[in-house]
Design a protein around this ligand. Structure first.
Ligand code: FE
Length: 161
């Protein structure tokens, strides 16, 4: 009987806790940002995990998209968030997929002081996944910006007619 009572109390506590965590969640927050590192590790390939969660960088000219110019959009490989459209992609000859503009609200920027450099890191706004860096040596005729991304952080979705 005591065991039953304890079980009931435990259930009550669990129910209360799960309600509480739901209430704390802001309305616009994506469930992806609450994933544990273990969950990410289970969901992503080792290469995706290294870049998206460990802020790694794929080797130049090795990724799937550095030389890819089909019509469509690029979404976050971690959470599916729309990041870039193909009409903002340009050939930067740097070995990584480059864009002069991100889809509004899709990314956030963080100062990155690693490796003795001052750079601006670009993260997915929904899942905080590391995508790459932004530089100001992009095409002058458009934005002048170069989003230097990792192919492995993104997935290409072809345009459907
Ligand atoms: Fe994401």
């Amino acid at each position: 009987m005591l065991a039953m009572k304890n079980l009931f109390l435990l259930l009550l506590v669990i129910t209360f806790q799960s309600c509480q965590s739901q209430n704390k969640e802001p309305k616009n927050m994506n469930s992806n940002s609450k994933k544990t590192e273990a969950q990410w590790k289970a969901e992503l390939t080792p290469e995706q995990y290294e870049v998206l969660r460990n802020k790694g960088t794929e080797r130049a000219f090795t990724g799937e998209y550095w030389d890819h110019f089909e019509k469509g959009k690029y979404v976050c490989a971690g959470c599916g968030n729309d990041l870039f459209t193909s009409d903002t992609k340009f050939d930067s000859h740097c070995g990584w997929p480059s864009f002069d503009k991100a889809i509004k609200g899709s990314v956030v920027y963080v100062q990155d002081l690693s490796y003795g450099m001052v750079r601006t890191e670009v993260l997915c706004a929904k899942c905080d996944g590391h995508l790459g860096h932004i530089f100001d040596d992009g095409p002058k005729e458009t934005t002048g910006q170069r989003f230097c991304m990792n192919s492995v952080s993104m997935k290409f979705v072809p345009e459907t007619k």
